[in-house]
Design a protein around this ligand. Structure first.
Ligand SMILES: Nc1ncnc2c1ncn2[C@@H]1O[C@H](COP(=O)(O)OP(=O)(O)OP(=O)(O)O)[C@@H](O)[C@H]1O
Ligand SMILES: [Mg+2]
Length: 362
């Protein structure tokens, strides 16, 4: 049975740095939660607090209904008693043990029978595409291979909860894709509640049931990948998620449902906003025409960046620059004129001062 994890008002200081700042979140049984955010935002620290490898300065942690950490009640279950499987950024295999022993070490302590262990080793090495490496020492493998063995070691243990900190960071792009698919499949079949740390937004979007976006130790948004992408709660999340990046256009509310950006106007739901705002537009949400069309705004093409399956076009008009995306190979060339049409249902509006969402596309 999969278990839930609940974190309440968790805080961890390193000197004056609040690495985790009053974070509260619940991870439903069997779900795949990704902690996402830029370097130094507190992802690893939060994960290590849950694992019992850091001593938080405030808050509580539950696994299921069981209180495993409480600052106020001075409760802190040691890491070994939390029944968690861990894979960390530095994969730390035991250097003097061969692959097989690295994997079976914890199983032996559990008292597993020899045949069962051998079967388990075989299964997990297949899962991480490392069949035949049983007799190698860690030093005889590449970084990516060692990382996969570290994953296999965690998987073999069949924990109720997987905690993974950038487990694919040492793999090349192609292997990383394969391993993402593999990990997602493993999560699907094992149903283990998973917390996964990455600063790679594509990894977060492709693998997670929920994403927790963090900045400076603070939780910014906890939502499904779809909601985090389409309805970012603030400008930081909007800007962090998406490649090419979202367009953030400074504007002024000039009427009911009307925002002026530079010398053109956009129609969208302005809520009760007034004054300075920021309009967010995803690159795929503008329609590109090479001829004037009603309600479209004329731009000059500054640059064209084809990448096979899609083309990124950077367009400018006076001092407004907008990045748009077209599927396939575009006919548009540098210095062409193009007309961009903005669907009011594809625009999100943010408060310029607070950065918070005012109204979202619908
Ligand atoms: N042992 C430590 N001693 C002092 N400061 C620390 C320690 N560990 C982390 N920090 C600080 O806490 C903050 C959060 O660090 P953390 O390692 O959790 O970030 P992260 O989000 O995992 O970053 P990355 O993506 O680079 O791994 C940073 O400012 C970091 O410098
Ligand atoms: Mg980290």
């Amino acid at each position: 049975m999969a278990t839930s994890i609940t974190v309440k008002n968790l805080t961890k200081y390193f000197g004056d740095v609040k690495a985790v700042n009053d974070v509260s979140l619940t991870i439903e049984p069997g779900s795949f939660l990704t902690l996402l955010g830029p370097s130094g935002c507190g992802k690893t620290t939060l994960l290590r607090c849950i694992a019992g490898l850091e001593d938080p300065d405030g808050g509580e942690i539950y696994i299921g209904d069981k209180l495993i950490f409480s600052h106020a009640k001075a409760i802190s279950l040691p890491p070994g008693k939390r029944e968690l499987g861990l894979v960390f950024q530095n994969y730390a295999l035991w250097p003097h043990m061969k692959v097989e022993k690295n994997i079976t070490f914890a199983l032996e302590i559990q008292g597993m029978k020899k045949e069962e262990m051998q079967e388990r080793v075989k299964e997990t090495l297949e899962e991480v595409q490392m069949q035949g490496y049983e007799e190698r020492y860690p030093r005889e493998m590449s970084g990516g291979q060692q990382q996969r063995i570290a994953l296999a070691r965690m998987l073999a243990y069949r924990p109720k909860v997987f905690l993974m900190d950038e487990p694919l960071s040492n793999l090349d792009a192609r292997l990383r894709m394969d391993m993402r698919a593999e990990l997602k499949r493993l999560h699907h079949s094992s149903d283990a509640t998973t917390i996964y740390v990455t600063h790679d937004q594509v990894e977060a979007l492709t693998m997670s049931t929920k994403i927790a976006v963090m900045k400076d130790g603070l939780l910014q948004q906890l939502d499904t990948p779809d909601a985090v992408y389409h309805y970012p709660a603030n400008l930081f999340v909007a800007d962090f998620i998406g490649n090419p990046k979202v367009n953030l256009l400074n504007g002024v509310v000039v009427g009911n449902r009307c925002v002026r950006v530079g010398s053109f106007e956009l129609n969208l739901d302005t809520g009760h906003a007034s004054g300075e705002v920021v309009v967010a537009l995803r690159p795929e949400d503008a329609t590109i025409s090479t001829q004037p069309v009603p309600d479209a705004v004329e731009f000059n093409v500054y640059s064209v960046l084809p990448s096979g399956s899609e083309t990124t076009i950077v367009a400018s008009r006076e001092d407004v620059e907008i990045t748009v995306k077209e599927a396939g190979v575009s006919r548009v060339k540098m210095d062409d004129k193009i007309w961009l049409k903005f669907d009011p249902h594809a625009l999100n509006l943010y408060d310029k001062d607070s950065g918070n969402l005012i109204s979202s596309k619908n």
